[in-house]
Design a protein around this ligand. Structure first.
Ligand code: LLP
Length: 418
């Protein structure tokens, strides 16, 4: 599953000792395994070899340039949601004709940037957005290729914050209204209808919601084709879950088989937007224990990483395994693992059985490769941590740790205060 393993009781990433990297770059830091990333991408992408498809890595899950370059080399496209993500994607060398752009609130200047870059298509999420695209494309003398993102009202059975395909969610256009919107879009001068898209949520651990959604899409496509609207690209989004704790999600092969079974005779190009399933278990966050503290109620391990570095536990109460970087026959204790930020929500684990760490020990917060660094911030004026990639027996810094100067970059004191 991944290349983080113990050799002589010391955690290694591929052939490099994690403590050795910590000595060089200090803590906290994100650490990614090149071999794991390649293996995950290939396992996913090759599961769809039998059909025409394009894997568009979901840039929001991890947008580091080196990581995007690695996927570009593997032939990946990109699923983006902002002008900033488009910028990174193009800088990393992903071809614009492999880029799909989703999101309910695309800004006009980002739309212009994407049109001028000639991306494959916009996954549009509202009737107003279709009109906006038509107008902006007209102004630029371009045609905007679109897929309508439909909301199929399928329960993905995941955390409510990352469910997107239910009627009450802000995403997509109600599937019942889609035919009317397609007809409207097809009548517009500067719009070219290319596809249909859908993304029902993230961290799905069953295949059935994907299949339920796909069946609804197929019915819609048949109706559209009967009315003369051709769908060339079917984008089924991302969402395949991973094992953080004891979840047993379908593996990419099972997921692909279920989807392929539904699309047997189809001539469409399938688009997939995986993020977490490729990145999640290919990265960890390494942190050092600063202090231990025992109160009447609890034991705390206070570490040098915090919620600004990895927000997922605070935001979704999500589970990340905690591994000691050096196994020293430590006995286990029940403890909270918390960061230095001034909020009680700043934790990585609560009432967890973990090794009895001592100050100075290193801890690995597992499964942090997706939505880890990309959701990090400078809250509490904490410089963002560095990112490191291991390839075999070498490691490479792929993002420098920020400095205090970086923290105030762009800030200005107006004259009247000088
Ligand atoms: N496509 C679209 C349109 C999406 O909105 C997303 C994720 C993906 C693809 C990729 O989904 P994945 O394969 O990674 O599940 N911050 C949350 C996850 C938010 C996901 C948002 N959309 C977390 O840390 O769990």
């Amino acid at each position: 599953m991944h290349h983080f393993q113990y050799t002589d009781n010391r955690l290694h990433c591929e052939k490099v000792s994690v403590s050795e990297i910590a000595r060089e770059v200090s803590t906290p830091f994100y650490l990614y395994s090149h071999a794991t990333l390649c293996k995950h991408f290939r396992a996913f992408d090759s599961s769809f070899n039998e059909i025409k498809h394009l894997t568009c890595f979901s840039v929001k899950s991890n947008s580091n340039l080196a990581i995007l370059r690695l996927f570009a080399r593997q032939g990946s496209g990109a699923d983006i949601v902002s002008g900033g993500e488009l910028y990174r994607t193009l800088k990393a060398g992903i071809a614009p004709e492999k880029v799909v752009y989703s999101g309910v609130g695309k800004k006009t200047d980002d739309i212009e940037y994407a049109l001028n870059s000639d991306i494959l298509m916009f996954n549009v999420e509202s009737p107003m957005e279709i009109l906006r695209l038509n107008e902006v494309a007209g102004r630029l003398g371009k045609k905007a290729r679109i897929a309508i993102r439909v909301n199929p009202d399928v329960d993905p059975k995941t955390h409510p914050y990352i469910s997107t395909g239910l009627k009450e969610n802000k995403f997509g256009i109600d599937i019942a209204e889609a035919p009317g919107q397609y007809a409207m879009a097809a009548s517009l001068e500067n719009i070219r209808v290319y596809g249909l898209s859908c993304h029902i949520g993230s961290q799905l651990t069953e295949v059935s919601p994907f299949v339920d959604a796909l069946r609804k899409l197929k019915t819609l496509i048949a109706g559209l084709e009967a009315s003369g609207i051709q769908i060339n690209y079917l984008d089924v989004g991302g969402g395949l879950g991973i094992t953080y704790d004891r979840e047993q999600p379908p593996d990419p092969g099972q997921y692909a088989r279920a989807i392929r079974a539904e699309l047997k005779a189809s001539d469409m190009t399938l688009i997939l937007e995986p993020g977490r399933v490729i990145m999640g278990n290919a990265g960890i966050l390494v942190t050092e224990v600063l202090y231990t503290k025992t109160t009447k109620e609890k034991k705390f391990f206070i570490v040098d990483a915090a919620m600004n570095d990895l927000l997922r536990p605070s935001l979704y109460n999500s589970y990340h395994s905690i591994w000691p970087v050096k196994k020293a026959g430590l006995k286990n204790v029940k403890a909270d693992i918390v960061g230095p930020i001034c909020e009680s929500g700043d934790f990585f684990a609560r009432d967890r059985d973990v090794a009895l760490f001592e100050p100075g020990d290193l801890m690995a917060i597992m499964s942090a490769g997706a939505y880890g660094f990309s959701m990090s911030s400078n809250y509490n004026s904490r410089p963002r941590v560095c990112e490191v990639m291991v390839k075999e027996d070498r490691f490479y810094i792929i993002r420098q740790r920020e400095s205090f100067q970086d923290l105030i970059k762009g800030e200005q004191i107006p004259d009247f205060l000088s």
